[in-house]
Design a protein around this ligand. Sequence first.
Ligand code: NAP
Ligand code: MG
Length: 505
Amino acid sequence: MTPAAALTNDLSRLGAAATAFLGARHRLLIGADWVDAADGGERAVLDPTSGTAIATVAEGGAADIDRAVRAARLAFDEGPWPRLRPNERERMILRLAELVEINGRELAEIESVNTGRALANTRAFDVDLSVDYLRYMAGWATKIHGQTLTPSAPYVPDRRFLAFTMREPAGVVGAITPWNVPLGQAVWKIAPVLATGCTMVLKPAEQTPLTALRFAELAAQVGLPPGVLNVVTGAGSTAGAALVEHPGVDKIAFTGSTEVGRSIGAVCGRLMKRCTLELGGKSPVVVLDDADLQQAIPGAAWAVFGNHGENCLAGSRLLVHRRVFDEVVQGVAEIAQGIRLGAPFGGDADMGPLISREQQRRVLGYIDSGRKAGGRLCAGGTAPEHSGFYVRPTVFADVARDAAVAREEIFGPVVVAWPFDDDEEAVRLANASEYGLGASVWTRDLQRAHRFIGRLDAGTVWVNAHSVLDVAVPFGGFKSSGLGRELGEEAIRHHTRLKSAYIPL
Ligand code: NAP
Ligand code: MG
Protein backbone atom coordinates (compact mmCIF):
# COMPACT_ATOMS: atom_id res chain seq x y z
CA MET A 1 0.00 0.00 0.00
CA THR A 2 1.12 3.54 -0.73
CA PRO A 3 1.88 5.42 2.50
CA ALA A 4 -0.76 8.10 3.15
CA ALA A 5 1.78 10.94 3.25
CA ALA A 6 2.68 10.42 -0.40
CA LEU A 7 -0.94 11.01 -1.37
CA THR A 8 -0.76 14.69 -0.33
CA ASN A 9 1.43 17.28 -2.06
CA ASP A 10 4.39 18.64 -0.17
CA LEU A 11 4.19 22.20 -1.48
CA SER A 12 7.59 23.10 -0.05
CA ARG A 13 9.00 21.19 -3.03
CA LEU A 14 7.74 23.88 -5.44
CA GLY A 15 10.09 26.45 -6.89
CA ALA A 16 10.00 30.07 -5.75
CA ALA A 17 8.21 31.35 -8.88
CA ALA A 18 5.30 28.88 -8.63
CA THR A 19 5.01 29.47 -4.88
CA ALA A 20 4.79 33.24 -5.40
CA PHE A 21 2.20 32.86 -8.16
CA LEU A 22 0.00 30.57 -6.06
CA GLY A 23 0.20 32.99 -3.13
CA ALA A 24 -1.19 35.94 -5.09
CA ARG A 25 -4.86 36.84 -5.67
CA HIS A 26 -5.60 36.60 -9.37
CA ARG A 27 -7.85 38.87 -11.34
CA LEU A 28 -9.40 38.93 -14.81
CA LEU A 29 -7.47 40.23 -17.82
CA ILE A 30 -9.71 42.62 -19.77
CA GLY A 31 -8.01 44.80 -22.37
CA ALA A 32 -4.84 46.15 -20.78
CA ASP A 33 -6.08 45.79 -17.21
CA TRP A 34 -6.16 43.15 -14.50
CA VAL A 35 -9.53 43.73 -12.83
CA ASP A 36 -11.76 42.26 -10.15
CA ALA A 37 -15.07 40.69 -11.15
CA ALA A 38 -17.79 43.33 -11.51
CA ASP A 39 -19.63 41.86 -8.51
CA GLY A 40 -16.41 41.29 -6.54
CA GLY A 41 -16.86 37.50 -6.69
CA GLU A 42 -13.92 35.19 -5.96
CA ARG A 43 -13.28 31.45 -6.03
CA ALA A 44 -10.80 29.22 -4.26
CA VAL A 45 -8.73 26.90 -6.48
CA LEU A 46 -8.08 23.48 -4.90
CA ASP A 47 -5.18 21.06 -4.69
CA PRO A 48 -6.83 17.77 -5.72
CA THR A 49 -4.36 15.73 -3.64
CA SER A 50 -5.84 17.18 -0.45
CA GLY A 51 -8.92 19.24 -1.27
CA THR A 52 -7.33 22.32 0.28
CA ALA A 53 -7.25 25.78 -1.32
CA ILE A 54 -4.02 26.76 -3.09
CA ALA A 55 -5.00 30.02 -4.81
CA THR A 56 -7.79 32.56 -5.22
CA VAL A 57 -9.10 33.82 -8.55
CA ALA A 58 -11.81 36.30 -9.52
CA GLU A 59 -15.15 34.71 -10.39
CA GLY A 60 -16.24 36.49 -13.55
CA GLY A 61 -19.85 36.60 -14.73
CA ALA A 62 -21.92 37.96 -17.61
CA ALA A 63 -20.96 41.60 -16.94
CA ASP A 64 -17.25 40.70 -17.08
CA ILE A 65 -17.72 38.71 -20.27
CA ASP A 66 -19.44 41.73 -21.80
CA ARG A 67 -16.49 43.98 -20.89
CA ALA A 68 -14.00 41.41 -22.20
CA VAL A 69 -15.84 40.92 -25.50
CA ARG A 70 -15.95 44.70 -25.98
CA ALA A 71 -12.18 44.84 -25.43
CA ALA A 72 -11.63 42.01 -27.92
CA ARG A 73 -14.03 43.67 -30.40
CA LEU A 74 -12.18 46.99 -30.15
CA ALA A 75 -8.82 45.26 -30.58
CA PHE A 76 -10.16 43.50 -33.67
CA ASP A 77 -12.08 46.39 -35.25
CA GLU A 78 -9.62 49.20 -34.54
CA GLY A 79 -6.46 47.78 -32.98
CA PRO A 80 -3.14 47.01 -34.64
CA TRP A 81 -3.20 43.21 -34.34
CA PRO A 82 -5.26 42.18 -37.41
CA ARG A 83 -3.51 44.92 -39.42
CA LEU A 84 0.08 43.97 -38.60
CA ARG A 85 2.20 42.51 -41.33
CA PRO A 86 2.11 38.72 -41.04
CA ASN A 87 5.84 38.55 -40.23
CA GLU A 88 5.30 40.95 -37.32
CA ARG A 89 2.66 38.60 -35.89
CA GLU A 90 5.00 35.70 -36.54
CA ARG A 91 7.80 37.34 -34.54
CA MET A 92 5.50 38.17 -31.63
CA ILE A 93 4.23 34.57 -31.43
CA LEU A 94 7.80 33.27 -31.55
CA ARG A 95 8.77 35.57 -28.67
CA LEU A 96 5.78 34.32 -26.71
CA ALA A 97 6.79 30.70 -27.38
CA GLU A 98 10.26 31.46 -26.09
CA LEU A 99 8.95 33.07 -22.91
CA VAL A 100 6.68 30.08 -22.26
CA GLU A 101 9.70 27.82 -22.72
CA ILE A 102 11.84 29.91 -20.36
CA ASN A 103 9.08 29.83 -17.73
CA GLY A 104 8.26 26.20 -18.45
CA ARG A 105 9.24 24.81 -15.07
CA GLU A 106 7.01 27.29 -13.22
CA LEU A 107 4.06 26.68 -15.56
CA ALA A 108 4.42 22.90 -15.22
CA GLU A 109 4.61 23.16 -11.42
CA ILE A 110 1.49 25.33 -11.20
CA GLU A 111 -0.34 22.92 -13.51
CA SER A 112 0.78 19.86 -11.56
CA VAL A 113 -0.39 21.32 -8.24
CA ASN A 114 -3.72 22.36 -9.73
CA THR A 115 -4.46 19.12 -11.62
CA GLY A 116 -2.63 16.46 -9.57
CA ARG A 117 -0.81 15.31 -12.71
CA ALA A 118 2.88 14.38 -12.63
CA LEU A 119 5.40 17.07 -13.48
CA ALA A 120 6.69 15.12 -16.48
CA ASN A 121 3.13 14.98 -17.82
CA THR A 122 2.33 18.69 -17.42
CA ARG A 123 5.78 19.57 -18.76
CA ALA A 124 5.18 17.49 -21.89
CA PHE A 125 1.54 18.21 -22.68
CA ASP A 126 0.90 21.65 -21.19
CA VAL A 127 4.28 23.27 -21.74
CA ASP A 128 6.41 21.59 -24.42
CA LEU A 129 3.55 20.78 -26.79
CA SER A 130 2.25 24.34 -26.34
CA VAL A 131 5.64 25.81 -27.21
CA ASP A 132 5.71 23.57 -30.27
CA TYR A 133 2.22 24.65 -31.34
CA LEU A 134 2.97 28.36 -30.89
CA ARG A 135 6.06 27.97 -33.10
CA TYR A 136 4.14 25.94 -35.67
CA MET A 137 1.34 28.54 -35.80
CA ALA A 138 3.86 31.40 -35.93
CA GLY A 139 5.03 29.85 -39.20
CA TRP A 140 1.48 29.82 -40.55
CA ALA A 141 1.06 33.59 -40.03
CA THR A 142 3.07 34.24 -43.22
CA LYS A 143 1.57 31.37 -45.21
CA ILE A 144 -2.18 32.02 -45.16
CA HIS A 145 -3.27 32.12 -48.78
CA GLY A 146 -6.15 31.81 -51.23
CA GLN A 147 -6.39 30.67 -54.84
CA THR A 148 -6.46 32.40 -58.21
CA LEU A 149 -9.19 31.19 -60.57
CA THR A 150 -10.21 31.81 -64.17
CA PRO A 151 -14.02 32.16 -64.33
CA SER A 152 -15.84 31.29 -67.56
CA ALA A 153 -18.93 33.37 -66.71
CA PRO A 154 -20.63 32.24 -69.97
CA TYR A 155 -23.55 34.70 -69.64
CA VAL A 156 -21.21 37.70 -70.13
CA PRO A 157 -19.51 36.64 -73.41
CA ASP A 158 -17.97 40.04 -74.04
CA ARG A 159 -16.13 40.27 -70.68
CA ARG A 160 -13.39 38.25 -69.03
CA PHE A 161 -12.59 38.15 -65.34
CA LEU A 162 -9.91 37.04 -62.99
CA ALA A 163 -11.16 35.72 -59.65
CA PHE A 164 -9.30 35.06 -56.45
CA THR A 165 -10.04 33.95 -52.91
CA MET A 166 -8.56 35.32 -49.74
CA ARG A 167 -8.69 34.27 -46.12
CA GLU A 168 -9.55 37.02 -43.64
CA PRO A 169 -9.41 36.61 -39.84
CA ALA A 170 -12.69 35.20 -38.51
CA GLY A 171 -13.05 38.00 -35.91
CA VAL A 172 -13.56 37.75 -32.17
CA VAL A 173 -13.24 34.18 -30.88
CA GLY A 174 -14.85 32.94 -27.66
CA ALA A 175 -12.84 29.99 -26.31
CA ILE A 176 -14.03 27.63 -23.57
CA THR A 177 -11.68 24.95 -22.25
CA PRO A 178 -11.80 21.90 -19.92
CA TRP A 179 -9.73 20.97 -16.89
CA ASN A 180 -7.84 17.87 -18.06
CA VAL A 181 -4.90 19.54 -19.86
CA PRO A 182 -5.56 23.17 -18.96
CA LEU A 183 -2.68 25.13 -20.48
CA GLY A 184 -2.40 22.76 -23.42
CA GLN A 185 -6.09 23.20 -24.23
CA ALA A 186 -5.86 26.98 -23.83
CA VAL A 187 -2.92 27.20 -26.25
CA TRP A 188 -4.72 24.99 -28.77
CA LYS A 189 -7.28 27.82 -28.81
CA ILE A 190 -4.87 30.78 -28.56
CA ALA A 191 -2.20 29.87 -31.15
CA PRO A 192 -4.44 29.88 -34.26
CA VAL A 193 -6.19 33.04 -33.05
CA LEU A 194 -2.83 34.81 -32.93
CA ALA A 195 -1.59 33.41 -36.26
CA THR A 196 -4.71 34.52 -38.16
CA GLY A 197 -5.03 38.00 -36.61
CA CYS A 198 -8.19 37.27 -34.63
CA THR A 199 -8.74 38.42 -31.04
CA MET A 200 -10.30 36.41 -28.24
CA VAL A 201 -11.89 35.94 -24.83
CA LEU A 202 -10.81 32.76 -23.04
CA LYS A 203 -12.96 31.16 -20.32
CA PRO A 204 -10.89 28.38 -18.71
CA ALA A 205 -12.45 25.56 -16.68
CA GLU A 206 -13.50 26.70 -13.22
CA GLN A 207 -11.28 24.10 -11.49
CA THR A 208 -8.09 24.97 -13.42
CA PRO A 209 -7.82 28.69 -14.24
CA LEU A 210 -4.22 29.29 -13.11
CA THR A 211 -1.90 28.58 -16.04
CA ALA A 212 -4.10 30.52 -18.49
CA LEU A 213 -3.68 33.56 -16.23
CA ARG A 214 0.09 33.08 -16.03
CA PHE A 215 0.23 32.63 -19.81
CA ALA A 216 -1.68 35.90 -20.25
CA GLU A 217 0.92 37.69 -18.09
CA LEU A 218 3.65 36.36 -20.39
CA ALA A 219 1.70 37.49 -23.47
CA ALA A 220 1.49 41.02 -22.05
CA GLN A 221 5.22 40.87 -21.33
CA VAL A 222 6.10 40.24 -25.00
CA GLY A 223 3.93 43.17 -26.05
CA LEU A 224 0.81 41.48 -27.39
CA PRO A 225 -1.52 44.48 -27.92
CA PRO A 226 -4.21 44.93 -25.23
CA GLY A 227 -7.52 43.24 -25.97
CA VAL A 228 -6.10 40.55 -28.26
CA LEU A 229 -6.18 37.97 -25.44
CA ASN A 230 -8.68 38.51 -22.60
CA VAL A 231 -9.11 35.93 -19.84
CA VAL A 232 -12.29 35.70 -17.78
CA THR A 233 -12.23 32.98 -15.14
CA GLY A 234 -15.63 31.80 -13.92
CA ALA A 235 -18.28 29.14 -14.25
CA GLY A 236 -19.57 27.66 -17.47
CA SER A 237 -23.24 28.17 -16.65
CA THR A 238 -22.72 31.94 -16.19
CA ALA A 239 -19.53 33.28 -17.81
CA GLY A 240 -19.35 30.48 -20.41
CA ALA A 241 -22.99 30.77 -21.42
CA ALA A 242 -22.70 34.59 -21.66
CA LEU A 243 -19.70 34.22 -23.98
CA VAL A 244 -21.55 31.87 -26.30
CA GLU A 245 -24.60 34.16 -26.44
CA HIS A 246 -22.67 37.42 -26.85
CA PRO A 247 -23.43 39.13 -30.19
CA GLY A 248 -19.89 40.54 -30.30
CA VAL A 249 -18.37 37.04 -30.64
CA ASP A 250 -17.98 35.72 -34.20
CA LYS A 251 -16.81 32.18 -33.46
CA ILE A 252 -16.87 29.77 -30.53
CA ALA A 253 -14.08 27.24 -29.96
CA PHE A 254 -15.16 24.72 -27.30
CA THR A 255 -13.61 21.63 -25.78
CA GLY A 256 -15.50 19.62 -23.17
CA SER A 257 -18.37 17.25 -22.68
CA THR A 258 -20.71 16.24 -25.49
CA GLU A 259 -23.69 17.34 -23.41
CA VAL A 260 -22.46 20.94 -23.04
CA GLY A 261 -21.14 20.89 -26.63
CA ARG A 262 -24.59 20.03 -27.97
CA SER A 263 -26.18 22.94 -26.11
CA ILE A 264 -23.45 25.34 -27.31
CA GLY A 265 -23.88 24.09 -30.89
CA ALA A 266 -27.63 24.74 -30.65
CA VAL A 267 -27.06 28.34 -29.50
CA CYS A 268 -24.49 28.89 -32.26
CA GLY A 269 -26.98 27.55 -34.81
CA ARG A 270 -29.64 29.97 -33.62
CA LEU A 271 -27.22 32.92 -33.70
CA MET A 272 -25.57 31.74 -36.97
CA LYS A 273 -22.22 31.82 -35.20
CA ARG A 274 -19.35 29.63 -36.34
CA CYS A 275 -18.25 26.99 -33.87
CA THR A 276 -15.78 24.16 -33.48
CA LEU A 277 -16.62 21.51 -30.90
CA GLU A 278 -14.07 19.04 -29.52
CA LEU A 279 -16.20 16.70 -27.45
CA GLY A 280 -16.17 13.40 -25.64
CA GLY A 281 -15.06 9.95 -26.63
CA LYS A 282 -15.26 6.27 -25.78
CA SER A 283 -12.41 5.19 -27.95
CA PRO A 284 -11.84 1.52 -28.79
CA VAL A 285 -8.49 -0.25 -28.49
CA VAL A 286 -8.70 -3.25 -30.84
CA VAL A 287 -6.16 -6.04 -30.22
CA LEU A 288 -6.06 -8.56 -33.07
CA ASP A 289 -4.91 -12.16 -32.62
CA ASP A 290 -1.61 -11.50 -34.43
CA ALA A 291 -0.68 -8.49 -32.27
CA ASP A 292 2.67 -8.26 -30.48
CA LEU A 293 1.29 -8.58 -26.95
CA GLN A 294 4.52 -7.32 -25.37
CA GLN A 295 3.60 -4.03 -27.02
CA ALA A 296 -0.19 -4.25 -27.02
CA ILE A 297 -0.68 -4.96 -23.30
CA PRO A 298 1.22 -1.94 -21.95
CA GLY A 299 -0.11 0.05 -24.89
CA ALA A 300 -3.70 -0.74 -23.95
CA ALA A 301 -3.04 0.06 -20.28
CA TRP A 302 -1.41 3.39 -21.12
CA ALA A 303 -4.23 4.19 -23.58
CA VAL A 304 -6.76 4.29 -20.75
CA PHE A 305 -4.70 5.10 -17.65
CA GLY A 306 -2.56 7.86 -19.22
CA ASN A 307 -3.47 11.25 -17.71
CA HIS A 308 -5.57 9.34 -15.10
CA GLY A 309 -8.08 8.52 -17.82
CA GLU A 310 -8.93 12.22 -17.93
CA ASN A 311 -8.30 12.21 -21.64
CA CYS A 312 -10.88 12.67 -24.36
CA LEU A 313 -8.95 10.10 -26.42
CA ALA A 314 -8.81 7.55 -23.58
CA GLY A 315 -8.94 3.99 -24.91
CA SER A 316 -11.74 3.06 -22.54
CA ARG A 317 -13.19 0.16 -24.57
CA LEU A 318 -10.77 -2.73 -24.92
CA LEU A 319 -11.74 -5.18 -27.67
CA VAL A 320 -9.57 -8.30 -27.84
CA HIS A 321 -9.57 -11.35 -30.06
CA ARG A 322 -10.95 -14.26 -28.04
CA ARG A 323 -7.78 -16.30 -28.54
CA VAL A 324 -5.69 -13.77 -26.58
CA PHE A 325 -8.47 -12.19 -24.49
CA ASP A 326 -7.58 -13.67 -21.09
CA GLU A 327 -3.89 -12.95 -21.50
CA VAL A 328 -4.45 -9.32 -22.52
CA VAL A 329 -7.05 -8.55 -19.85
CA GLN A 330 -4.94 -10.18 -17.16
CA GLY A 331 -1.87 -8.24 -18.36
CA VAL A 332 -3.73 -4.91 -18.31
CA ALA A 333 -5.18 -5.75 -14.84
CA GLU A 334 -1.68 -6.50 -13.52
CA ILE A 335 -0.40 -3.18 -14.80
CA ALA A 336 -3.41 -1.45 -13.18
CA GLN A 337 -2.66 -3.13 -9.83
CA GLY A 338 0.97 -2.07 -10.04
CA ILE A 339 0.20 1.63 -10.61
CA ARG A 340 1.21 3.59 -7.51
CA LEU A 341 -1.23 6.35 -6.65
CA GLY A 342 0.34 9.49 -5.28
CA ALA A 343 0.74 13.25 -5.37
CA PRO A 344 3.00 14.88 -7.99
CA PHE A 345 4.91 16.52 -5.13
CA GLY A 346 4.68 13.60 -2.74
CA GLY A 347 7.33 11.12 -3.74
CA ASP A 348 7.41 8.38 -6.35
CA ALA A 349 3.99 7.90 -7.91
CA ASP A 350 2.57 6.79 -11.23
CA MET A 351 -0.89 8.32 -11.06
CA GLY A 352 -2.38 11.32 -9.25
CA PRO A 353 -5.92 12.11 -8.13
CA LEU A 354 -8.85 13.09 -10.32
CA ILE A 355 -9.62 16.77 -10.64
CA SER A 356 -12.42 17.17 -8.09
CA ARG A 357 -14.56 15.48 -5.47
CA GLU A 358 -17.41 15.65 -8.00
CA GLN A 359 -15.37 13.83 -10.64
CA GLN A 360 -14.24 11.21 -8.12
CA ARG A 361 -17.86 10.52 -7.14
CA ARG A 362 -18.90 10.42 -10.77
CA VAL A 363 -16.23 7.84 -11.64
CA LEU A 364 -16.96 5.72 -8.54
CA GLY A 365 -20.65 5.90 -9.50
CA TYR A 366 -19.83 4.44 -12.92
CA ILE A 367 -17.78 1.69 -11.29
CA ASP A 368 -20.69 0.86 -9.01
CA SER A 369 -23.09 0.73 -11.94
CA GLY A 370 -20.62 -1.55 -13.76
CA ARG A 371 -20.69 -4.01 -10.86
CA LYS A 372 -24.47 -3.91 -10.82
CA ALA A 373 -24.54 -4.51 -14.57
CA GLY A 374 -22.76 -7.82 -13.97
CA GLY A 375 -19.25 -6.64 -14.81
CA ARG A 376 -16.37 -8.82 -13.64
CA LEU A 377 -13.95 -6.56 -11.76
CA CYS A 378 -10.37 -7.54 -12.64
CA ALA A 379 -8.57 -4.63 -10.94
CA GLY A 380 -9.29 -1.52 -8.88
CA GLY A 381 -12.85 -0.45 -8.28
CA THR A 382 -12.19 1.52 -5.08
CA ALA A 383 -10.72 4.76 -3.76
CA PRO A 384 -8.13 5.03 -0.99
CA GLU A 385 -9.30 6.46 2.36
CA HIS A 386 -7.87 9.94 1.89
CA SER A 387 -8.96 13.54 1.41
CA GLY A 388 -7.47 13.61 -2.13
CA PHE A 389 -9.72 12.75 -5.08
CA TYR A 390 -8.08 9.42 -5.99
CA VAL A 391 -9.61 6.42 -7.77
CA ARG A 392 -7.71 3.17 -8.29
CA PRO A 393 -7.22 2.16 -11.93
CA THR A 394 -10.07 -0.16 -12.76
CA VAL A 395 -10.53 -2.99 -15.26
CA PHE A 396 -13.89 -4.60 -16.02
CA ALA A 397 -14.60 -7.58 -18.22
CA ASP A 398 -17.91 -8.85 -19.55
CA VAL A 399 -20.01 -5.79 -18.73
CA ALA A 400 -23.38 -5.71 -20.51
CA ARG A 401 -22.81 -3.75 -23.73
CA ASP A 402 -25.70 -1.40 -23.07
CA ALA A 403 -24.62 -0.52 -19.51
CA ALA A 404 -23.75 3.13 -18.82
CA VAL A 405 -20.15 2.20 -17.94
CA ALA A 406 -19.83 0.56 -21.35
CA ARG A 407 -21.31 3.40 -23.41
CA GLU A 408 -20.72 6.74 -21.69
CA GLU A 409 -17.56 8.80 -21.39
CA ILE A 410 -16.28 8.32 -17.82
CA PHE A 411 -13.19 10.54 -17.95
CA GLY A 412 -11.42 8.47 -15.32
CA PRO A 413 -9.16 5.39 -15.10
CA VAL A 414 -11.79 2.79 -16.02
CA VAL A 415 -11.69 0.36 -18.93
CA VAL A 416 -14.24 -2.23 -20.05
CA ALA A 417 -13.08 -5.26 -22.05
CA TRP A 418 -14.91 -7.65 -24.41
CA PRO A 419 -13.75 -10.47 -26.68
CA PHE A 420 -14.51 -10.74 -30.41
CA ASP A 421 -14.17 -13.66 -32.80
CA ASP A 422 -13.19 -12.12 -36.14
CA ASP A 423 -12.34 -8.82 -37.85
CA GLU A 424 -15.96 -8.21 -38.86
CA GLU A 425 -17.12 -8.41 -35.28
CA ALA A 426 -14.19 -6.25 -34.11
CA VAL A 427 -15.15 -3.46 -36.52
CA ARG A 428 -18.82 -3.74 -35.60
CA LEU A 429 -18.12 -3.52 -31.85
CA ALA A 430 -15.58 -0.72 -32.28
CA ASN A 431 -18.07 1.36 -34.28
CA ALA A 432 -21.05 0.59 -32.00
CA SER A 433 -20.68 3.87 -30.11
CA GLU A 434 -22.23 7.29 -30.14
CA TYR A 435 -18.68 8.65 -30.20
CA GLY A 436 -15.99 8.67 -32.89
CA LEU A 437 -12.93 10.48 -31.59
CA GLY A 438 -10.05 7.99 -31.72
CA ALA A 439 -9.42 4.28 -32.23
CA SER A 440 -6.36 2.09 -32.19
CA VAL A 441 -5.70 -1.27 -33.81
CA TRP A 442 -2.90 -3.56 -32.70
CA THR A 443 -1.62 -6.01 -35.29
CA ARG A 444 1.54 -7.17 -37.08
CA ASP A 445 -0.26 -7.32 -40.43
CA LEU A 446 0.00 -4.07 -42.39
CA GLN A 447 -2.79 -4.96 -44.82
CA ARG A 448 -5.14 -5.79 -41.98
CA ALA A 449 -4.18 -2.48 -40.33
CA HIS A 450 -5.09 -0.60 -43.52
CA ARG A 451 -8.46 -2.31 -43.70
CA PHE A 452 -9.19 -1.25 -40.12
CA ILE A 453 -8.08 2.34 -40.76
CA GLY A 454 -10.61 2.52 -43.59
CA ARG A 455 -13.46 1.00 -41.62
CA LEU A 456 -13.10 2.50 -38.14
CA ASP A 457 -15.47 5.40 -37.49
CA ALA A 458 -13.00 7.71 -35.75
CA GLY A 459 -11.38 11.06 -36.46
CA THR A 460 -7.95 9.60 -35.66
CA VAL A 461 -6.82 5.98 -36.01
CA TRP A 462 -3.50 4.69 -34.65
CA VAL A 463 -1.75 1.45 -35.52
CA ASN A 464 0.19 -0.11 -32.64
CA ALA A 465 -0.05 3.18 -30.70
CA HIS A 466 -2.73 5.28 -28.98
CA SER A 467 -3.26 8.98 -28.14
CA VAL A 468 -0.32 10.19 -30.24
CA LEU A 469 -0.91 13.82 -31.24
CA ASP A 470 1.15 16.28 -33.22
CA VAL A 471 0.61 19.98 -33.83
CA ALA A 472 0.83 19.49 -37.61
CA VAL A 473 -1.81 16.75 -37.77
CA PRO A 474 -5.52 17.70 -37.62
CA PHE A 475 -7.41 16.42 -34.59
CA GLY A 476 -11.14 16.09 -34.03
CA GLY A 477 -14.09 13.78 -33.88
CA PHE A 478 -16.74 12.02 -35.94
CA LYS A 479 -20.34 11.54 -34.75
CA SER A 480 -21.06 12.93 -31.25
CA SER A 481 -17.33 13.60 -30.68
CA GLY A 482 -17.64 16.99 -32.31
CA LEU A 483 -17.47 19.30 -35.30
CA GLY A 484 -14.39 20.78 -36.95
CA ARG A 485 -10.71 20.15 -36.35
CA GLU A 486 -7.93 21.64 -34.26
CA LEU A 487 -4.20 21.61 -35.05
CA GLY A 488 -2.60 21.60 -38.49
CA GLU A 489 -3.76 23.70 -41.42
CA GLU A 490 -7.38 22.93 -40.52
CA ALA A 491 -7.08 25.26 -37.52
CA ILE A 492 -6.19 28.12 -39.89
CA ARG A 493 -9.25 27.33 -42.00
CA HIS A 494 -11.51 27.43 -38.93
CA HIS A 495 -10.12 30.81 -37.81
CA THR A 496 -10.47 32.56 -41.17
CA ARG A 497 -13.39 33.49 -43.38
CA LEU A 498 -13.15 32.91 -47.10
CA LYS A 499 -13.83 35.81 -49.42
CA SER A 500 -14.09 35.54 -53.23
CA ALA A 501 -13.31 38.51 -55.50
CA TYR A 502 -13.80 39.13 -59.27
CA ILE A 503 -11.93 41.76 -61.22
CA PRO A 504 -12.33 42.38 -64.95
CA LEU A 505 -9.41 41.71 -67.23
P1 NAP B 1 -17.98 20.57 -19.25
O1 NAP B 1 -19.04 21.01 -18.34
O2 NAP B 1 -18.32 20.24 -20.65
O3 NAP B 1 -16.86 21.73 -19.22
C1 NAP B 1 -16.07 22.19 -20.28
C2 NAP B 1 -16.03 23.72 -20.28
O4 NAP B 1 -17.32 24.22 -20.64
C3 NAP B 1 -15.75 24.32 -18.90
O5 NAP B 1 -14.99 25.50 -19.06
C4 NAP B 1 -17.14 24.61 -18.40
O6 NAP B 1 -17.21 25.51 -17.36
C5 NAP B 1 -17.80 25.11 -19.65
N1 NAP B 1 -19.26 25.08 -19.62
C6 NAP B 1 -20.07 24.28 -18.88
N2 NAP B 1 -21.37 24.55 -19.14
C7 NAP B 1 -21.37 25.55 -20.05
C8 NAP B 1 -22.40 26.26 -20.73
N3 NAP B 1 -23.71 26.01 -20.53
N4 NAP B 1 -22.06 27.21 -21.61
C9 NAP B 1 -20.77 27.49 -21.86
N5 NAP B 1 -19.76 26.86 -21.25
C10 NAP B 1 -20.04 25.89 -20.38
O7 NAP B 1 -17.22 19.41 -18.61
P2 NAP B 1 -16.99 19.24 -17.03
O8 NAP B 1 -18.23 19.57 -16.27
O9 NAP B 1 -15.82 19.99 -16.65
O10 NAP B 1 -16.74 17.69 -16.97
C11 NAP B 1 -17.85 16.80 -17.03
C12 NAP B 1 -17.57 15.66 -17.93
O11 NAP B 1 -17.33 16.14 -19.24
C13 NAP B 1 -16.34 14.85 -17.63
O12 NAP B 1 -16.53 13.90 -16.67
C14 NAP B 1 -16.04 14.25 -18.97
O13 NAP B 1 -16.80 13.11 -19.20
C15 NAP B 1 -16.44 15.31 -19.91
N6 NAP B 1 -15.30 16.10 -20.38
C16 NAP B 1 -14.80 15.81 -21.58
C17 NAP B 1 -13.72 16.52 -22.06
C18 NAP B 1 -13.13 16.19 -23.39
O14 NAP B 1 -12.10 16.75 -23.76
N7 NAP B 1 -13.73 15.31 -24.13
C19 NAP B 1 -13.15 17.53 -21.31
C20 NAP B 1 -13.70 17.82 -20.07
C21 NAP B 1 -14.79 17.11 -19.64
P3 NAP B 1 -17.05 24.91 -15.86
O15 NAP B 1 -15.62 24.90 -15.65
O16 NAP B 1 -17.74 25.86 -14.97
O17 NAP B 1 -17.70 23.58 -15.84
MG1 MG C 1 -18.42 21.58 -15.52
